[in-house]
Design a protein around this ligand. Sequence first.
Ligand code: AMP
Length: 396
Amino acid sequence: MQEKAFKFNYSFKNRRRNNNPRRRSSFNNQEEIQVSRYVKRSVEKVAKEEYIPKILFSDLEINSQLKNNILNRGYVKPTPIQDQAIPIISEGKDILGIANTGTGKTASFLIPLIEKALKNKNERVLIMAPTRELALQIIDDLKLFSKSLGIYSVACIGGLSIREQIFGLRRNPDFVIGTPGRLKDLVNRKCLNLSRFPNVVLDEVDRMLDMGFINDIKYLISLLPAKRQSLFFSATVPQEADNLIKGFLNNPIKISVKSGDTAENIDQDIVRVKDKSKKIESLHDLLIKDEFKKVLIFGRTKRGVEGLSRTLQERGFKAGSIHGDKSQSKRERVLKLFKTNQLQTLVATDVAARGLDIADITHVINYDLPATYNDYIHRIGRTGRANKTGKALTFV
Ligand code: AMP
């Protein structure tokens, strides 16, 4: 009761404060501080020390075809997380990996786990990811790394035919990659027996928690064999993840490759729009510039995203959209068009764009402000990947 009264007084006081012109400037100052978080120069490449890995991919003692597949993808030097994680995972130890997006974490777990599955057919691998797009991306990576190796994998994600997934699971896949909701559905239908998966990866755990998957994840973990190798990857470790870690990992080795709170090689700036009705004009003026070659635009709502993409099309831009109301096949089609440079802009909601790995995105534009700073970091992490410099612009 007392707490309620206090809250009321507090907000009442705040309201009065903001209406007082003398106080207003301090309120605006607060706003300025918020805005200043969206402005940051990228670190000059020359000033950055080049990472020298302990070992090159060509020197790894692994299956020769697997090695060829890695080299054929153009990977020569391991990234810091790969350099650290691959030997530890190969020794069978658990990992708590704190890694930003774009650090190369996917290969850091796929390479040693493929090697493990090649040596012993019973070493099946389960990978959980927050979104369908990320799950499909991991499976695409897996297919490239395991070319001609007879590794069979199934994507268990919503939006695609569950019958095909059930059919795939009957073939005893070496790798199952899925989102928590669909995995749980398949377990409940008795089509997926998790006690046969002694290797588990939880990828982008903070995003999975944000999306409310905590209970599904706990349930799925409870069905895994007690004797297993568990790998946990997350950009941040929120409070909620702490409990999860205790129940999931056994004596983990912690690896952290986070570098500051935003990716260093992203130029960040704001675009001030005084009149809301002129917002689309400001966007238009940006998109006609030569350097805005491949642009990912974030909007807050599904309707807003769909509307903006239509408006851009009407204005003659090659634009597409992804959001939760679109069918999986439509999402995949539009992603492919964007990936292959047939679209200049992709307008997306946060959820739909989580974990996307699209090469050469020149600009990320926050047309609507992100809900949290964490969302901001994830949004801008879609550009400036694999050591390229990217640009992020935020409309304020
Ligand atoms: P990830 O953080 O796993 O999403 O990887 C980010 C991007 O970096 C992807 O496009 C990868 O294909 C690329 N990548 C990862 N590791 C390497 C490497 N060792 N050499 C070159 N590119 C890499």
